[in-house]
Design a protein around this ligand. Structure first.
Ligand code: DSN
Length: 411
């Protein structure tokens, strides 16, 4: 239908389909959603306005949509053992802002992981609304082992008496234990928000500890390791349900994207299946294997390895002059997609960086295993040994295409 209605746009989508099928997707925050998830996203639910919540809408005609949103809420609660779920946030950033809006007043003090240490923009970066509205104090990783420094975090909490502690990261490869965070929060009477955007699928699959029993609020995205549609979600204690719901709507958003909410319900259902546990465990096995293979190729892996779906690679051990920016561009040419990323203590700017971030969730969905991870490490090394050489990138690109032809996400 689309090819007849709009061949120009259809061709663009076909090109993207081809790109995803024939090149390697190693961006740690991406995945391949199932056709069922995409079918729900492309359904008639996109036509409906439904400001409000199931049973309390502002427009008529919502009895069917209510069932979809209720199903999504119930499944989110079941999947994470939560008391309440709000499935309306359009993104993880919106989910975090709504959580802040629900429990903070402008000017309140919050502890969050620094962006240059692995945190997220919405954890208090001065260029984000979070950093402009609230007084964020940043914590980070220890220099010695590049793991979160809980002692320093506890000291900061005592010193600044925050109203909220934000846990979670976008570029941190180790398990984040929720229990010590709860203890630190309790020691100063702070609330605990766990941003599980990256690891939601690993939690759902039982390979990372569930922060829900230890946190007041947990936010996450549905499109990363959880492998659903692009979007956000908040789960919380019943006592905060009303404040969270009010913060999302009418606080920050208008009409919810009910087609996406329906697709979130599909993704939660998929994540409840026994095979999702195997998938989550394989993501981690693949990440460990890729990190090990890259280390053998001469790359330093930040913190010495990984416990989750991603790793940060310090390029300087391989080539002191190779920046993350040049590496990203060279790998792009070779058909390997990832993103440059600062490493802790990086002397280079966020635009240039000394590192790259690599994730295995999408490759694992495509069916790749440890053997392919070793192959990928070799391809990365070959492309980065001669970043300006078109012959090398063309040769690597051809081998990437051959590899990908055995693991096509959307045949
Ligand atoms: N852009 C996401 C990531 O790549 O981690 C976070 O918002």
């Amino acid at each position: 239908m689309l090819v007849q209605a709009d061949s120009e746009l259809f061709a663009i989508i076909e090109d993207e389909n081809e790109r995803q099928n024939t090149t390697l997707q190693l961006i740690a925050s991406e995945n391949f959603a199932s056709r069922a998830v995409m079918a729900a996203t492309g359904s008639v639910l996109t036509n409906k306005y439904s400001e409000g919540y199931p049973g309390k809408r502002y427009y008529g005609g919502n009895s069917v949509v209510d069932r979809a949103e209720d199903l999504a809420r119930r499944r989110a609660c079941q999947l994470f053992g939560a008391e309440h779920a709000n499935v309306q946030p359009h993104s993880g950033a919106n989910a975090n802002l709504a959580a802040y809006f629900a429990v903070l007043e402008p000017g309140d003090t919050v502890l969050g992981m620094r962006l240059d240490q692995g945190g997220h923009l919405t954890h208090g970066s001065p260029v984000n609304a979070s950093g402009r509205l609230y007084k964020f104090v940043g914590y980070g990783v220890r220099e010695s082992d590049e793991r979160i420094d809980f002692d320093a975090l506890a000291d900061l909490a005592k010193r600044y008496r925050p109203k909220l502690i934000v846990a979670g990261a976008t570029a941190y490869s180790r398990v984040i234990e929720p229990e010590p965070l709860r203890r630190i929060a309790d020691s100063v009477g702070a609330l605990l928000l766990f941003d599980a955007a990256h690891i939601a699928g690993l939690i759902a699959g039982g390979v990372h500890p569930n922060p829900v029993p230890f946190s007041d609020i947990v936010t996450f995205t549905t499109h990363k390791t959880l492998r659903g549609p692009r979007g956000g979600c908040i789960v919380c204690r019943e006592g905060l349900a009303q404040a969270i719901d009010k913060a999302v709507f009418p606080g920050l958003q208008g009409g919810p994207l009910e087609h996406v909410i329906a697709a979130k319900a599909v993704a939660f259902h998929e994540a409840m299946q026994p095979e999702f546990k195997q998938y989550a465990a394989q993501i981690v096995r693949n990440a460990r294997s890729l990190a090990g293979a890259l280390a053998e190729e001469g790359f330093r892996i930040v913190s010495g390895g990984t416990d989750n779906h991603l790793m940060l690679v310090d390029l300087r051990s391989f080539d002191p002059d190779l920046t993350g920016k040049v590496a990203q561009e060279a790998l792009d040419k070779a058909g390997i997609t990832l993103n440059r990323n600062q490493i802790p203590g990086d002397p280079r700017s966020p635009f240039v960086t000394s590192g790259v971030r690599i994730g295995t969730a999408a490759a694992t969905t495509a069916g790749m295993r440890e053997t392919e991870m070793t192959e990928i490490a070799t391809l990365v090394r070959r492309a980065l040994a001669a970043p300006g050489d078109d012959l090398v990138s063309a040769a690597v690109r051809e081998e990437v295409a051959t590899l990908c032809s055995r693991f096509v996400p959307y045949p």
